[in-house]
Design a protein around this ligand. Structure first.
Ligand SMILES: Nc1ncnc2c1ncn2[C@@H]1O[C@H](COP(=O)(O)OP(=O)(O)OP(=O)(O)O)[C@@H](O)[C@H]1O
Ligand SMILES: [Mg+2]
Length: 278
């Protein structure tokens, strides 16, 4: 187990910095002909990204600040530490998904980054106080990107990370959602299904009967992570009013919750119920 993990991390470390280019703040920027205004400083001290690990929700988390000399090293180190702590807690969040979301902190200039590990490592929340994400649907489509030339020194910058992350999670029945952070910025949440060991036997799937339409709505939410009534109506070919009514019913049943900006996402109970149906 340990040797496999070390091997995996070594492989990923080798693959992580997608360029050997120097950090964006060096004097060589001028030589590269890139404008200085989108340079990202390497955060340190009180500005360093932090990982908060919750052993239980009744005691304060362990908090680790992560500092490195340059941005590629910071990305690799944050991804590795996050993955390692998740695994230590018994979590199964894929390394590649963690890495994509941590690379994306470049879009937020690594401002006030907090990575939270919860639910025995099955939930990872990555938050920042960057510019935020306006269009929370299109960021999950391949090819939509705001990556600049300077950012492409470090990341691919072709708008591939979020679609890849969501697709690979789908296979594992995990979900990836995006919400506005408090104040400004973004919160991405990766949520894996509870493992059989972590899921107490006394928590069976909720005993409720669903219509085919309600099941379709739940399945769509599982696929998309989160969606609003209009998008759901468009995808399923129902009227927006019908979808809205169904969302209210599903929310009352405790199967979905509001994920901010009018969208709904599956709750753990919804995921378990779908699991028992499908
Ligand atoms: N934490 C964030 N803060 C602000 N914007 C973000 C954040 N994460 C993602 N985005 C936005 O979502 C877009 C799509 O992200 P995605 O990971 O799919 O592609 P990318 O990072 O641009 O390129 P690639 O992943 O191929 O290197 C980004 O270009 C950016 O506009
Ligand atoms: Mg990306």
């Amino acid at each position: 187990m340990e040797s496999f993990l070390d091997r995996l991390l070594a492989d990923q470390r080798a693959a992580a910095p997608r360029s050997s280019a120097p950090p964006a703040t060096t004097a060589e920027d001028a030589d590269a002909g890139l404008p200085p205004d989108d340079a990202v400083a390497v955060p340190s001290g009180l500005e360093a990204p932090r990982i908060a690990i919750y052993d239980t929700l009744t005691s304060p988390p362990r908090v680790i600040a992560v500092e490195e000399e340059d941005l590629p090293a910071l990305i690799a180190s944050l991804a590795e530490k996050t993955y390692r702590h998740c695994r230590e807690q018994g979590g199964q969040v894929p390394y590649s998904v963690i890495q994509e979301l941590i690379e994306n902190l470049l879009h937020a200039c690594f401002r006030d980054v907090v990575i939270t590990i919860l639910d025995n490592g099955q939930t990872v929340r990555i938050s920042d106080h960057g510019p935020g994400v306006d269009d929370k649907d299109r960021v999950f489509l391949p090819g939509f990107t705001t990556a600049t030339a300077r950012q492409r020194e470090i990341i691919r910058g072709v708008g591939s990370g979020l679609p890849l992350a969501r697709e690979s999670l789908q296979f594992l029945r995990g979900i990836l959602t995006v919400e506005d952070n408090l104040g400004s910025g973004t919160v991405f949440t990766i949520k894996m299904p509870s493992s059989p060991e972590a899921q107490p036997a006394q928590e069976p799937a909720p005993d409720v009967r669903l219509t085919t339409r309600q099941i379709k709505v739940l399945v769509l939410l599982m696929e998309l992570g989160s969606a609003g009534p209009t998008a759901i109506a468009r995808e399923l070919g129902f009227s927006a009013a019908t979808v809205y009514r169904e969302l209210v019913v599903l929310q009352d049943m405790g199967l979905i919750h509001s994920s901010g900006d009018g969208k709904r996402a599956l709750r753990e109970e919804g995921l378990r119920l779908l699991d028992s149906i499908l």
